[in-house]
Every structure is written in C-alpha cells, then in structure tokens.
Design a protein around this ligand. Structure first.
Ligand SMILES: [Zn+2]
Ligand SMILES: [Zn+2]
Length: 153
C-alpha cells in the first residue's frame, strides 16, 4: 500500500537524520513496522524478517524498536503478561481491538471514539497527554475455528 511505503520512507528519513545507517536488515525491520500488520511483538518482527535475513539477531530488532520508541515513532502496547506489541504505522494513541483468542490486534475506525480524549479533558479540566483504549473480543476467524469453549482474558 502507498501509505505503508510513505511511512517506511518517513522512518528511514528520521533515522538518517539521527545519523543511523540504514542496513538492509534494518530496512526490513522498518518495513514490518511501517505496516504493523496485526501489531507485531519484537519476536514476531524477528520471525517475519528471518527468512530473508537469517543473520539478524533478536537483539538487533529489539534495539531498532527501542530507538524508534524513544523517538516517538512507534507506539508500544504493553500487556499484563509482559508481552509488548508495536504499531509503527500510527505512533500516536488510538483505539485498538484485541482478539483474546489469537492475540491479533487491529485498529478501530469508529469516529466517535476519537472524540473521547477531548471530552474527558473538557469534563475534568485535565490536560490529556496520553490515553489507552482497548477493546477485547473474539475475532471472526477464531469464532469459526473454535469448537470448544472460548478462552477469555
Ligand atoms: Zn482471533
Ligand atoms: Zn494500532
């Protein structure tokens, strides 16, 4: 998609401005992050690039993600079980829908939700600097595949 390509170029430019060398491995990591399909974990990013770059280590992926997080170019979604997931496509707070069965995370495009932070600010007088809005459910694919009782969080 064109948006993914733009986001990839954006990330590359920002890293270059910080003096980072864009190796083919790093480019592959950025490519996965620019799409952030399903909101991957560091391990999942590593698994996706491993076929093309078998010499890349998990530490390299981790370092790149940490750097981008410090730069505010990737959104980290932490969970109670210690698994962190990442969105390099939209690095700002936005609502997510999480399948509690397969762990897939998708962005929620429900316009009314984007008004919530501003409304909370107006109601309370707080200056809202960050927010997190997660919805949990069972995705259509998991509903079809599941025969036994569904696992709930
Ligand atoms: Zn699912
Ligand atoms: Zn997202």
């Amino acid at each position: 998609m064109l948006d993914d390509q733009n986001r990839l170029n954006d990330l590359i430019t920002k890293l270059r401005e910080r003096g980072c060398r864009i190796t083919p491995q790093r480019r592959a990591i950025l490519c996965v992050l620019a799409r952030s399909d399903g909101h991957p974990s560091v391990e999942q990013i590593y698994e996706r690039i491993k076929p093309d770059f078998p010499m890349t280590s998990l530490a390299t992926v981790y370092k790149t993600v940490t750097l981008l997080k410090e730069m505010g170019e990737v959104l980290e979604l932490g969970f109670g079980d210690g698994s962190n997931r990442y969105d390099g496509s939209k690095p700002y707070p936005h609502p997510h829908l999480i399948c509690s069965h397969c762990g897939k995370i998708v962005d929620l495009q429900v316009p009314v939700l984007s008004e919530i932070p501003e409304q909370v600010g107006q109601e309370t007088g707080y200056e809202i600097v960050n927010h997190r809005l997660d919805f949990f459910g069972i995705c259509p694919r998991c509903q079809q595949e599941s025969t036994g009782p569904l696992r709930r969080l």
